[in-house]
Structures are given as C-alpha cells and as structure tokens.
Design a protein around this ligand. Structure first.
Ligand SMILES: [Zn+2]
Length: 414
C-alpha cells in the first residue's frame, strides 16, 4: 500500500541576516511512502488508485519521537487520580510502598500499560523503551504483562524491555528471578543505585555486567547517586565493561552525578563516557534541588543523550505528560535556548539524533530510502513546534498511519 502526503512543509535550510541564523526556510512538497520507506519527494506527485491520501495542508513533517525511559508496568495512568505520598526515607520510601502496591495493582496493570502505549503513540512516538520491575513480590509477572501488551502494538511501534531489579539486585536477592526474566526474552538488564540500594558497588555492577554478557543483552541502569559517588559508580561500571569485554550498548539513566561536578571531574568522566559509547537518558529534571545534567555539554563532547518521562502518573511522580515535544520545550527553556538554530537542533535528543537540517543547515531528513517514521505537526519549523508546543495531527510508523488527532491548522500564527 502507498501513502501520499499532499502539500507537506519540509525544512530546506536556515535563513540568515549576515552570519546570523534568523529563521528556517521551508517549501511545500508531496511525499510518497511505499513499503514503509520514503519513495518519492517532489513538488507534485500524481494520485493513483493504490494511494491513500493525507492532505497535510502545509503542516510540517518531522521525524517521529522515541520514549527512552518509561515504566509502563507500574502506573496510575488510566486509573483514578492519586498523588504520591510524602518521601520519608528517600528512594526506599517507594521501594517499601511497591512491596504491597504492585501486587495490589496487578489486576489493572495490563489495561493501564495499554493506555500508556496508546498515549505515547498519540503523542508522536514510534519507539518505547520500558523498564519492568522484577521484585520478590511480583516475580516476573510484570515482564509477562509488558511483553504481551507491547506485542499487541508491534505492527505500530518498535520497543525494548528492560528487566529492572527496582528493589536492588543484591538487596532483594532477585538473581534467580532476573535469570527467569532474561530467559523470557528481554532486550536489556537494568539496575539501580548500587551504593544506595545494594550497598555494594562492585558486587552489584559486576553481577549486572556478567548477566548481560551471559544472556547477550544490553544494559540500562538507573543511577541517581550524586556527585563523586555517582562518578565512581560510572567508573566501576566501565571497568567491568573492560573486564568482561562487554560490547553491547550501555545506557545510564538519569546520571544525576553529572549535574554538580567540578569542571575537571566533569571533563574527565565525560571523555570516558564518550570513549565507552555510554548513552545517557534524562528526564530533564528542573525541580528545586534537582539539578539538570549538562545535556548540551555532554552531547557536544560525544555522549549520546536521549529523553524519557520515567512516569506519566504513579506513586513516584504525578507530573509526566508523555508529550516529548513538551519535554524538549522544558529542555530548551532550561538551557536558555531561544534562537531558531538552538531550539531547532534540540529535536535530536528526542529522535535518536535525527533532525531535518544538520548544523550547517543542509537537508538531511527526509531522504528517499529512509524508513518512514514521521509525524505531521501544525507548525512552520522545528523550532516553532518545540517553542510553541504546536499540536501533532498525524503519526506515521513504518509507512503506515498509526494515529490521527483532530487539529485546526493555524500554521505560523500559533
Ligand atoms: Zn525509571
């Protein structure tokens, strides 16, 4: 089946006042998608009987979004409103709460996970990485639910599942359950604060890397531990990557330690993270006492950064939106990115590095032959969409429409 997008706005370059970028140049095209890929991009493409037509009416085509850190297995989303309880013992407050809460939520977990995925699709995502609790109380039940729910959407999105020992790999003694989860076919092994939770940095990280190596999966570990303690954990993790000659991808989620380091420490650890090709996933925390990690600094020095919400609404936080354009809006405001160029290039954090224009202003997306994972938004440039939160009308994954929202086209007047 062919999909023809009529009168799509595509970015063509930046506009300048002297040397200064002052805007984005766009033009209108017809875009033909065939067999999941962009097949033809021309000023006008003749309509044939095999084509499904989308009238874009000048809406901007952008690469689709990736949610790289969410827990679809434990959420209040789709259920009644409930605020989190006060934090009394740091992260342990939530761990103790989960011991009774997660078994209680099991009967609704599947339905809520499904609602979370639908919400992400409606917000322009075509890839989701979900962490998935492995605890003594619920065993591998959440893996089963997460796998089943994501499989229902596999013709619409791609996904990854992280087996996540939230209550500590060592602390909650879940190695046998982790092995069971790894046998069930997850893509990643997770982990959490080896100092604060497991109280044994070396043993916890070595076991994580050893299991990842044995089962040939990737690693995505939550490290909230701050300052030089967190940096020490990053170093130990990389030492074990060396020891086990581990070659699969490694992500550190949150990596809060990077937020408040002395310059020379930040410089050294950034260089090592880049050297080991460690990805960092951030929610861009901005709350009081929650310093944001220096995302642009890291990216510019070769550390790949991606975005995640972590939660929509659950017992940890009530503030997630599942709207990654909104998350980019927070990021750009946080880093005082107010120019067309700075805002526009920030899209890369949410798309796996894809932007319509590269830093030189050359068109790099979409190109004929690229996989057709895209969205239509009612804005006139990437920067406009991010800064003014322009709505998404159409989501396309693997060349098929997976979601359409009712949007009144206002273009540049948003
Ligand atoms: Zn998380």
């Amino acid at each position: 089946m062919q999909l023809l997008l009529k009168q799509v706005r595509l970015e063509q370059g930046y506009t300048y006042d002297g040397e200064t970028i002052i805007g984005t140049k766009t033009d209108f095209f017809d875009v033909l998608i065939d067999n999941g890929i962009f097949a033809l991009i021309e000023k006008e493409i003749a309509v044939t009987d095999e084509m499904t037509i989308i009238e874009a009416n000048g809406q901007l085509l952008l690469p689709s979004l990736r949610e790289m850190h969410i827990h679809i297995d434990k959420t209040y989303f789709g259920g009644e409103w409930k605020a989190p309880t006060p934090v009394t013992e740091g992260i342990v407050t939530r761990i103790k709460e989960e011991e009774w809460l997660l078994p209680q939520q099991l009967p609704v977990a599947r339905e809520r996970a499904r609602k979370v995925v639908e919400h992400y699709i409606a917000n322009g995502h075509t890839h989701i990485r979900s962490h998935c609790n492995i605890t003594p109380q619920i065993g591998t039940e959440h893996i089963k639910i997460t796998k089943e729910v994501l499989a229902e959407f596999e013709d619409q999105i791609t996904y990854e599942i992280v087996a996540f020992p939230q209550h500590g790999l060592l602390r909650s003694n879940v190695e046998p359950l982790m092995r069971e989860a790894l046998e069930m076919g997850v893509t990643h092994i997770g982990g959490v604060d080896p100092a604060t939770i497991d109280r044994n940095i070396h043993q916890s990280l070595e076991k994580t890397v050893a299991l990842a190596k044995e089962y040939d999966v990737a690693i995505d570990i939550h490290i909230h531990d701050r300052d030089t303690l967190g940096v020490f954990e990053f170093d130990v993790l990389m030492d074990f990557i060396d020891k086990y000659e581990f070659k699969n991808p490694v992500t550190i989620s949150h990596a809060m330690a990077l937020a408040n380091l002395e310059d020379h420490v930040l410089e050294r650890i950034t260089e090592r993270l880049a050297d080991y090709k460690i990805d960092i996933t951030s929610t861009v925390p901005t709350g009081l006492g929650k310093s944001t990690i220096p995302i642009p600094y890291l990216y510019d020095r070769g550390v790949f950064i991606s975005m995640g919400h972590d939660s929509l609404t659950d017992h940890w936080s009530p503030f997630g939106t599942g709207d990654t354009i909104h998350r980019l809006n927070i990021l750009t405001e946080r880093f005082r990115y107010i120019t067309e160029f700075d805002i526009s290039q920030s899209l890369k954090y949410a798309t796996g590095g894809i932007t319509p224009l590269n830093e030189k202003g050359e068109v790099v997306w979409p190109k004929v032959g690229d996989q057709a994972n895209a969205l239509l938004a009612d804005g006139v440039s990437t920067a406009h969409v991010i800064a003014r939160l322009c709505p998404i009308s159409t989501v396309i994954s693997k060349g098929k429409i997976i979601h359409q929202n009712e949007v009144t086209v206002k273009g540049e007047y948003r």
